[in-house]
Design a protein around this ligand. Structure first.
Ligand code: IPM
Ligand code: MG
Length: 360
C-alpha cells in the first residue's frame, strides 16, 4: 500500500519525537511491504519563524492533499518565547486551532490506559491502580469556547473579556455518534460529561446525546457532571469506557487522564472528520523545558502513528505490531526519564525509538 503522510514536526520536543515515530513507521513499512511518502510541513512557531504566521493556506492545502497528518507538538514557553509577544491570532496555538477547523476535525479520540508494567508509575493509590483502567476520551474539537466569539473591551472604564460557549445540535450529534460507534467496538458504555446543572449548552448536549442513544440500545449511557468526573478519574478510573465531552472539558480531563497512566508522555490522539482522513498527534505539549535534550518520551507519538495506521489506512496488523512492541519494551524494563524508577533501564528518546523498532 502507498501511504501519503504529511508531517508537522512542530516546536519544542516535536522534531525529536516525530523523528522516532517516522523511524518506527519506516520499519513497519519495510516489514509489511508498504511505501511511505512524507511531505514535511511547517506549523506553529516553526512556521512563524519562516512565514510570520503559524499556518499558511498553502500548508492547509498540502495537509488536505495527504491521506493523514502526523504531528509532533507546537508552541513554546509562554513566559519567555517571542512568539507570545505577537497578537493572539498569530501565536503558535492559533495554527493548531486553524488546522483543526479547516480540516473539520471535530472528533478527538484520546485513549488512556494503564499498562500493566507501568502500574508503579501510576500516581494513584495502589488499590486503585491495581484495578487498572482502559478508557477513550472522545473530545469535541471544533466548537465550544475554543471557537466562540471572543473580545476584550473596556466597558465603563473597566477592562472586560468575553469568551462564548456555543454548540448547535448538529455539532453535538455528530460527535455523539462517533462516541457510540466506538463504544460498540469496546465495552459498550458511554459516560457523557457536561455541566448541565449550570450551562444551557450542557443541557442541549444532554438532550441530543439522549436522542442519539436511542439508536444504540446495546450501549449503556450515563451522564456525569464535569467536576464529579474530575474526581471520579482519580477515585475509580476503571468505571470509564468511552467518555464523551465538549471541547474545553475534554482538554482538561484528557490531561488528567494522561497523568494517571503514569506519564503525560504516553497518551496518543487522533483528530478525525467524517472521512478516513485524520491528524494524529500526542496529547501532550511541546515541553520547551526539555526540548533539544533528546530525553523526551516518544511513545505517545509512536502510539499516534499506530492509530493512524488503524484508522486511516485500516492496517490493523501493523498497528498491533507497534502497540505490542511498546508493551514488550516496557515489560523489558526500558523507561525514558518521565517514567523512570529505580531498577529500570533508563533510555533516551532515540534509544526508545530504536528499541520499539527492533521489537517489531
Ligand atoms: C491539546 C492542547 C491544545 C488544546 C492547545 C495547545 C491549544 O492543549 O491538544 O490538548 O487546548 O486543544
Ligand atoms: Mg490540552
Amino acid at each position: 500500500m502507498k501511504l501519503n503522510i504529511a508531517v508537522i514536526k512542530g516546536d519544542g520536543i516535536g522534531p525529536e519525537i516525530v523523528t522516532e515515530a517516522m523511524k518506527v513507521l519506516d520499519g513497519v513499512a519495510e516489514k509489511f511491504g508498504h511505501e511511505i511518502e512524507y511531505t514535511q510541513l511547517l506549523m506553529g512557531g516553526a512556521s512563524i519563524d519562516v512565514h510570520g504566521v503559524p499556518l499558511t493556506d498553502e500548508t492547509i492545502e498540502k495537509a488536505k492533499a495527504a491521506d493523514a497528518v502526523l504531528m509532533g507538538s507546537i508552541g513554546g514557553d509562554t513566559n519567555t518565547s517571542p512568539w507570545y509577544k505577537l497578537e493572539p491570532s498569530l501565536r503558535p496555538e492559533a495554527g493548531l486551532l486553524k488546522i483543526r477547523k479547516a480540516l473539520n476535525l471535530f472528533a478527538n479520540v484520546r485513549p488512556a490506559l494503564l499498562y500493566e508494567d507501568l502500574a508503579d508509575a501510576c500516581p494513584l493509590k495502589k488499590e486503585v491502580a491495581e484495578q487498572g483502567f482502559d478508557m477513550v476520551i472522545m473530545r469535541e474539537l471544533t466548537g465550544g469556547l475554543y471557537f466562540g466569539k471572543r473580545n476584550t473591551t473596556v466597558i465603563d472604564g473597566v477592562k472586560t473579556a468575553v469568551d462564548t460557549l456555543e454548540y448547535n445540535e448538529n455539532e453535538i450529534r455528530r460527535i455523539a455518534i462517533k462516541a457510540f460507534d466506538i463504544a460498540m467496538k469496546r465495552r459498550k458504555s458511554v459516560i457523557s460529561v457536561d455541566k448541565a446543572n449550570v450551562l444551557d449548552s450542557s443541557r442541549l448536549w444532554r438532550e441530543v446525546v439522549n436522542e442519539v442513544a436511542k439508536d444504540y440500545p446495546e450501549v449503556k449511557l450515563s451522564h456525569m457532571l464535569v467536576d464529579n468526573c474530575a474526581m471520579q478519574l482519580v477515585k475509580d478510573p476503571s468505571q470509564f469506557d468511552v467518555v464523551l465531552t465538549e471541547n474545553m472539558f475534554g482538554d482538561i480531563l484528557s490531561d488528567e487522564a494522561s497523568m494517571i497512566t503514569g506519564s503525560i508522555g504516553m497518551l496518543s490522539s487522533a483528530s478525525l472528520n467524517e472521512t478516513k482522513f485524520g491528524l494524529y498527534e500526542p496529547s501532550h505539549g511541546s515541553a520547551p523545558d526539555i526540548a533539544g535534550l533528546g530525553i523526551a518520551n516518544p511513545i505517545a507519538t509512536i502510539l499516534s502513528a499506530a492509530m493512524m495506521l488503524r484508522f486511516t489506512f485500516d492496517l490493523d496488523e501493523e498497528a498491533d505490531a507497534i502497540e505490542n512492541s511498546i508493551k514488550k519494551v516496557l515489560k523489558d524494563g526500558y523507561r525514558t526519564g518521565d517514567l523512570y524508577s529505580e531498577g529500570m533501564k533508563k533510555v533516551n528518546c532515540s534509544e526508545m525509538g530504536d528499541l520499539i523498532l527492533a521489537n517489531i
